[in-house]
Design a protein around this ligand. Sequence first.
Ligand code: S3P
Length: 441
Amino acid sequence: MANVLRINKKIASYDKKIIVDGDKSLSIRWVLLASQSSGKSKAYNLLMSEDVNAALDSIKKLGIKVKLHKHFCEIYGKGINGFKYKKNLIINARNSGTLGRLLLGLLVKSNKKIKFVGDKSLSKRDFSRITKPLKKFGAKFYHETKNKLPLSILGSETIKGINYLENKGSAQCKSSVMLAALNASGTTSIKAKKSRNHTELLFKHLKIPIKIKRSKKFDYIEIKQPKKIKAFNYHIPGDISSSAFFMALTTLSNNSKLTIKDVNTNPSRIGVIKILKKMGAKISFRNQRNYNGEKIADILIKSSKKLKSINCPPELNSSAIDEFLIIFLVAAKAKGISHFKDLSELNQKESPRLNLGSKILNIMGIKTELSKDSIKIYGQPNLEIKKTIIVKDYLKDHRVFMMSTIAALTCGGNWQIHDKDSVNTSFPSFLKIITKLKNKH
Ligand code: S3P
């Protein structure tokens, strides 16, 4: 079967330099903000994955011109709420929660109904978390199934700024409201539990009126409507979420060393590095620099002989939210019992990742204790799998596929991992990089 990856051998030691594909969060935000700007914007190293293609296809359907060149992408923005489209438009957000939720935010002033659909995974995910605040702005929603896709949005001519409390630590919810605020008169005030802050940094870079005050747990954000957004060029750095799979691979392999070049190391995204370092991983930054408010660095990783368990501080959860599957794998090979808490959001992702992560570890022979929002993992530093392991029926969650691949390359056993093409959602180069690391030269 062509779409099944078979691995029956651990990876040999390596010493290599790699680059990973562009950051998914920044790529989708660039597409959406460029569509609202006035004039031609360019992005270099834009992630060319399913989620970003879905974003490009969506703005094209909304009347925005997009040109893909070999080394860059151009978007011809038509200004804030400058979308032009026919009646009965259907937008397909496919697998992307970020696209679906952020784009609905931009459409609070749409003058015709637009229907949003998604794939099987996205159609299981909660949309009430953004329809609630967007209704407060004045938008109307029509559901077929309560709180889920498919749903239709009809904007309102008069959109007024709102007060909004975001208490899940969700950057998608915060960003959806921030994008709606571009259409709102008056001030939009957001109290948001800490989460990735790329939208805030882009607003500042684009001189959109934004004020931010910080406390330990929350950010207080105030946004006023800009007159216009100027077109902007952007060089997308590498994705730390994609890098995390190779941080784990190198940590768990013998005598290996890896440099990952030009990665976005925004402090709101580096929870995975903090957690792995607490467990004994050898990870450091080189060549650190700033880029339009974002931090970028080369990441150096060396194999670790001794990994210890962690009682993971929940304040790190949001900054590592997409990396827990791979962190669980490292915990499976660490000495002692690791404990991860307050993680109910993990079951709200492309698949129920807390449950599935636990299930895969169990199949590998690792004991876990699972609750609705927490997991205890009984690590086995000397784990050697001898049996056949089949991974399938996981809603094609790209990160489940990549976690399983890293497990196969580091724990032994005879693996058959289905839905290989799921990597195209976020990290099309994943398997090419594995081949490069396996290659002796
Ligand atoms: C994202 C936010 C996170 C993350 C997702 C990307 C973003 O989701 O899981 O992959 O780009 O804003 P939540 O905001 O729902 O936690």
